[in-house]
Design a protein around this ligand. Structure first.
Ligand code: CO8
Length: 370
């Protein structure tokens, strides 16, 4: 493979944040209201009594302290418990394009490039804002970028798989510089009435310039490795089929759901083994990896995976940054958020970016600071 670089990154996140105390207070008020309204059905065992959430559980189970969201007021309002958004339509820019352009322009600035340097836009996300036209083409049009653009969906690995596609396209010679954009506006898809889910997600967007040219901030791509393995443990059945489906399902049935505990138990060993093998295949010791920029689904997962790779749980927290504490789970954008915020490596030092989640899908990319 010819030399290819991460030339720059940029992030966007909303202005408003929600603390654990705020989200728990809202959830627990909903529980009180629900249990009071369903008092008789609960006492007849026809309906399950809802249990309170707690800040202590959230911090212990996930490490999350706050999350940034597009509409705090409506998410916390127990009569709504979701952000207020509007349908996509031709009179306005897509919500994904709007945030994608903000992150994309920051990535270009970080890479010392302008839109005229870019040959393609690849947009990867867990949820398409609409079916077509592709949001990547909308962004391409807004930024007056030549070449081609397309959207892709790989759940929690949409960002790293999109970077992988950019590397392949540059390597094959069809582009020199590609802008990868990963909007993750997850909160419209979160069921805030579910105790095991209500605290997890935040909104955000990351963008990455992948280039065949290096600059003073570049990271050279050393290796990339991908794997997928089918699992129903993280699922969303929302689709265009919903309109015509003859079986009865509510909107809520079609939203994101997960067996979080099974994900934890299955994915941690799988990812630790995957990365360990990748390091071996590249004749690298874990000691040569100065930063692990891992998918931000759960702080305990990040720490467990790193401890399995290095054979010890005694390591400095700076080895595996945890933006999840501030931003919550940003779906596929988490690992590159970690990279964007903590990439102060010296020339010659190596780091590893790895996503993992729905699919299951895993993509690990080893990079070296130039
Ligand atoms: N407050 C208090 N107690 C609670 C709460 C709560 N909010 N929730 C659960 N509990 C209780 C349970 O009832 C249980 O009690 P008991 O032991 O008496 O049965 C106890 O706490 C333990 O419950 P769990 O075993 O479920 O809790 P865990 O310690 O496993 O933590 C997590 C739950 C945080 C969900 C954890 O399992 C986890 O993070 N797993 C990993 C999940 C993961 O990686 N998912 C991938 C995320 S998907 C993704 O990244 C992108 C998807 C696309 C985006 C979707 C956007 C909407």
């Amino acid at each position: 493979m010819s030399e290819i670089y991460i030339a720059g990154t940029g992030i966007w996140y909303p202005d408003e944040s929600i603390s654990n105390d705020e989200i728990v207070e809202s959830f627990n008020s909903y529980v009180d209201t629900f249990n009071a309204a369903n008092k008789d059905a609960i006492s007849n065992d026809q309906t399950l009594k809802l249990e309170y959430s707690s800040t202590e559980f959230i911090e212990k189970a996930s490490g999350i302290k706050t999350r940034y969201v597009i509409d705090k007021k409506n998410i916390l309002d127990i009569n709504k418990m979701m952000p207020s958004v509007v349908h996509e339509d031709e009179s306005k820019m897509s919500i994904h394009a709007e945030v994608g352009i903000k992150a994309g322009l920051k990535a270009l600035e970080n890479a010392d490039m302008s839109t005229s340097d870019i040959d393609a836009v690849i947009l990867g996300t867990s949820h398409a804002a609409r079916n077509y036209p592709s949001v990547a083409i909308e962004i391409q049009n807004e930024l007056q970028i030549n070449g081609y653009a397309y959207d892709m969906l790989v759940g929690c690995s949409s960002t790293t798989f999109a970077i992988n596609n950019a590397i392949s396209d540059i390597s094959s010679g069809i582009a020199d510089n590609i802008l990868v954009i990963n909007p993750e506006i997850s909160t419209p898809f979160v069921n805030y009435t579910k105790r095991d889910i209500h605290f997890i997600f935040g909104d955000g967007c990351v963008a990455t310039v992948v280039s065949k040219n290096k600059n003073s901030k570049s990271f050279k791509i050393i290796d990339r490795k991908l794997i997928t393995k089918f699992s129903n443990n993280i699922r969303s059945d929302w689709s265009y089929l919903a309109r015509a489906a003859s079986d009865e399902k509510s909107y809520d049935d079609l939203l994101f759901y997960q067996n979080g505990n099974s994900v934890f138990k299955e994915v941690c060993p799988m990812v630790a083994e995957f990365i360990t093998n990748q390091l071996k295949e590249n004749d690298l010791s874990h000691k040569e990896i100065k930063k692990f920029w891992l998918h931000q689904a759960n702080a305990r997962m990040v720490n467990l995976i790193v401890s399995k790779i290095i054979g010890s749980n005694d390591f400095d927290t700076s080895l595996a940054p945890l933006p999840i504490e501030k931003f919550g789970n940003l779906a596929s954008a988490g690992s590159m958020f970690a990279f964007n915020l903590h990439n102060d490596l010296d020339p010659g030092e190596k780091g590893l970016i790895c996503s993992f989640g729905a699919g299951y899908s895993v993509c690990s990319i080893i990079v070296e600071k130039t």
